[in-house]
Structures are given as structure tokens and as C-alpha cells.
Design a binder for this molecule. Structure first.
Ligand code: PRP
Length: 213
């Protein structure tokens, strides 16, 4: 019997979009469309077993081999640096990592800059590259609130439409990393399930190119 390919997808809007791409590439699994609370769906005919994972956890499943491949945002790859192969840019879920601050903010270089973020490692290395002293305030969401309430001077966060910044009277100071969804693979799965993984990767690549062109 053919070995099933275990695929971790990020639960949510991005995951739904990405599943559509797998389906178009010929790796469909119709049971995934059922509206229920199940987390694992498989289709022995196409040899795929999908499961829904919290977006930040996808790389953990893949790195440890509980999933052979998965889809994760570049933001999470940059933040957690998982030991996996990055196979393909799916060119969806695109946004930018940015520094943002209250409108009119001027950085006083003589003071330590207070930076609120979910992405502490990304923020730390960004400011280290500029030799700027910072104090990281790690938060888990609603980052835009921090400068409004005086908890931080700036934030480092992803900006997609910019609506959240505008609604909270913040503005981008600088964009410094483009983000999009990436297909990643477990390193030993890539060896042992090489043909299966390459088939999925090239199938998805065609879909990405089709959507671009
Ligand atoms: C993300 C991000 C920004 C917002 C950016 O938050 O942290 O807050 O989306 O999108 P926009 O530029 O289109 O407004 P998310 O919705 O994940 O919620 P969170 O605040 O709980 O992290």
C-alpha cells in the first residue's frame, strides 16, 4: 500500500486558501469540506492525510516528523528558525513585517527603545543589525494597543491591508521583510518520501505560476 503523506495546514483563512491549491494540484481530500470539528482528513486515493494545526504550530509538527510537509508563514519561519526544508513560496498570505509607531513619532536615539511584538526574535535581530538598544515587550496579540496605552514606543508586527494601524492612528516607520506562505518539509521525510513530496511540490508550483500569470 502506498504510504500516506501527512500534511499540516494552518487552521483559518490561509489554510482554506492553501487547501484549495492542493485540491487544484490534484491532491484533493473532499472530506475536509465537511463542517465539523474533526482535525484529520484523509484520502487513500490521492495518498494525502491533512490535519489542521494552529498556524504557529505547523513548523513544530514538521520539524519533529509528525507531519511530512506543511504550510507556514515566512514570519513564523523567521521567528522560530525551524530545522526544516523550505520548498516553495506559495505567494499567498502575503504581507510585510514592519515597525510601526504613533503618527509623527521621532526616535530619540539616546533612550532605549521599547518595542512591543509577538515576534521577539525577529525584532531583536532587526534592531541588532542597526546597533540600536531596545527593550522587548513580548505580547501575544492586539499589539497595536501597546503604544496607544504607553506600554511601548513602537511595535514590530505584520501589516497586511494597514487597516489595523490606521484604525489605531499608527503608521509604518519601515517595512523590513516581505512575508508569504511557504511549503516546508521534514528533512528525513524529504529523503524517504522524496517522490511523493516532489509530486506535491511541482503540482503546487504549477498552481502558483498559473495564479501569477
Ligand atoms: C494581525 C497583525 C495585525 C493585523 C494586520 O493580527 O498582528 O494586527 O493582523 O492586518 P491589517 O494590516 O490587514 O489590518 P491578527 O488578526 O492575527 O490578530 P492579533 O492582534 O490577535 O495578533
Amino acid at each position: 500500500m502506498k504510504q500516506m503523506l501527512n500534511i499540516a495546514l494552518p487552521k483559518g483563512r490561509l489554510g482554506d486558501k492553501v487547501y484549495d491549491m492542493f485540491e487544484q494540484a490534484g491532491f484533493e481530500c473532499p472530506s475536509i469540506r465537511e463542517k465539523n470539528r474533526k482535525l484529520v482528513f484523509e484520502n487513500p486515493e490521492t495518498g494525502v492525510r491533512f490535519f489542521w494545526v494552529k498556524p504557529v504550530d505547523v513548523a513544530i509538527y514538521v520539524e519533529r516528523g509528525a507531519a511530512d510537509i506543511g504550510v507556514v508563514g515566512k514570519d513564523i519561519i523567521l521567528e522560530t528558525e525551524p530545522d526544516v526544508y523550505e520548498l516553495l513560496d506559495l505567494k499567498t498570505g502575503t504581507c510585510n513585517m514592519a515597525v510601526a509607531a504613533p503618527q509623527g513619532f521621532r526616535d530619540n536615539q539616546s533612550r532605549t527603545l521599547r518595542v512591543a511584538t509577538k515576534f521577539s526574535n525577529i525584532a531583536r535581530s532587526h534592531y541588532a543589525s542597526m546597533d540600536r538598544d531596545i527593550d522587548i515587550i513580548h505580547l501575544n496579540g492586539s499589539i497595536e494597543l501597546a503604544p496607544i496605552m504607553g506600554l511601548s514606543d513602537v511595535i514590530v508586527d505584520i501589516v497586511e491591508t494597514g487597516n489595523t494601524l490606521r484604525a489605531n492612528k499608527l503608521e509604518v516607520v519601515e517595512y523590513f521583510a516581505p512575508i508569504s506562505a511557504r511549503l516546508i518539509a521534514n528533512k528525513s521525510s524529504f529523503k524517504f518520501l522524496y517522490d511523493e513530496i516532489v509530486a506535491v511540490t511541482s503540482g503546487l508550483e504549477k498552481i502558483v505560476e498559473g495564479e501569477e500569470g
